[in-house]
Design a protein around this ligand. Structure first.
Ligand code: G6P
Length: 368
């Protein structure tokens, strides 16, 4: 066990620290930089169908569902294909409408989640082309899909998914570029996005170097009973994922919300006992997020911000800031999720929780 953990106290921490490598492994051999193109052997035969898809329906559960939400933003923005992201458990029972040109993408780390498997079977039964984004090679979902992409993140042992998430998002970025370059994306834009993607592992490394600082933050907050996570755009799914990580392993109640929706409910909860984690990276809606932060401060909420390096203005608004390198907004989730994984990890350790084997949860849920 200790050999497997390679000196890390827990598998989860080891897997968080593996991400520069695992993100690289997802990209390896799949990028043709000069042409700004992506090559995905597992999708070669369905490329045309993907390009002409009338709609893409992503089915997944848990953390994989959060990756799917980022996939929706990517595919709609760059490929202009309408995307639905469905909880597999809901999709399978609601007699979904599936048209001839619809393509289903099942996302699953284990490839064995019962609900996701049943959702893909239902889609297949109704005549859809079904693709997979899977980690476990040869798993049931990998075998039952018509085609797909392996994320090559290697075995994930910690019950709370970390490295699989960033590799799923990386795979979704690759699929997006694959399709977009056949449609609206120029060679220059393709190259730019791939260059940014190739810089992600080094940037993740820079965030991991702040592990001690994030542990200190956790010391300030670990006895709290509630947390709110807020983000907008590509960072909204990251807010959901940050909250999920915290509740899974520390048993603290945490909610993720789109920052602007705060005024329709969560704002009523804010007082000095409600820490709020804002993901406030610099993009077109940055100013709006700042005003959300001010609303929280005005109600005595404590604010932790994930912000871009060089954004000194944010320190005027937040109690604590975790800085991450800048990248284009579509790739931001690959960086902004890392401090949230570490924060959840350290809070759980400080609370004495069994980080790798949280109560009541399973790594792969093969029952309904
Ligand atoms: C369980 C795990 C989660 C995971 C979810 C979906 O709930 O604890 O970490 O995100 O299943 O699993 P999958 O293997 O389909 O991605």
């Amino acid at each position: 066990d200790d050999i497997e953990k390679q000196g890390f106290e827990h598998y989860m921490l080891k897997e968080i620290f593996e991400q520069p490598k695992t993100i690289m492994d997802t990209m390896r051999g799949r990028i043709l930089r000069e042409e700004g193109l992506v090559k995905l052997g597992g999708l070669a035969e369905v490329e045309d169908k993907l390009m002409h898809a009338g709609r893409i329906i992503i089915v997944a559960s848990g953390t994989s569902w959060h990756a799917g939400l980022i996939g929706e933003y990517l595919l709609e923005e760059f490929c202009r294909i309408p995307v639905e992201v469905e909880y597999a458990s809901e999709f399978r029972y609601r007699n979904p409408i599936i048209n001839e040109n619809d393509i289903i993408i099942a996302i699953s780390q284990s490839g064995e989640t019962a609900d996701t498997l049943a959702a893909l079977r239902e889609g297949k039964h109704k005549g859809a082309l079904v693709l997979g984004i899977v980690n476990a090679v040869g798993s049931t979902i990998a075998r039952e899909t018509h085609a797909g992409v392996y994320i090559h993140a290697g075995p994930e042992i910690g019950v709370a998914s970390t490295k699989a998430f960033t590799s799923q998002v990386t795979a979704l970025v690759l699929i997006t570029i694959l399709i977009a370059r056949k449609k609206y994306m120029s060679v220059v834009q393709g190259k730019q996005m791939l260059d940014d993607l190739q810089k992600i592992p080094a940037n993740v490394e820079k965030i991991l170097a702040q592990n001690d600082y994030i542990r200190e933050l956790a010391e300030t907050y670990y006895s709290q009973r509630n947390f709110l996570y807020l983000g907008r755009g590509y960072n909204f799914p990251v807010a959901l994922e940050g909250a999920l990580k915290l509740k899974e392993i520390s048993y603290i109640h945490a909610e993720g919300y789109p920052a602007a929706e705060m005024k329709h409910g969560p704002i009523a909860l804010i007082d000095e006992n409600m820490p709020v984690v804002f993901i406030a990276t610099q993009d077109a809606i940055y100013d709006k997020v700042i005003s959300n932060i001010q609303e929280v401060k005005a109600r005595k909420g404590r604010v932790i911000c994930v912000a871009n390096e060089g954004d000194e203005q944010i320190e005027k608004h937040a109690d604590h800031v975790i800085y991450i390198p800048y990248t284009c907004k579509a790739l931001t989730p690959l960086l902004s999720v890392i401090p949230l994984q570490l924060l959840a990890y350290h809070i759980a350790v400080l609370r004495g929780c069994d980080v790798d084997q949280p109560r009541n949860l399973a790594k792969s849920v093969t029952v309904e």
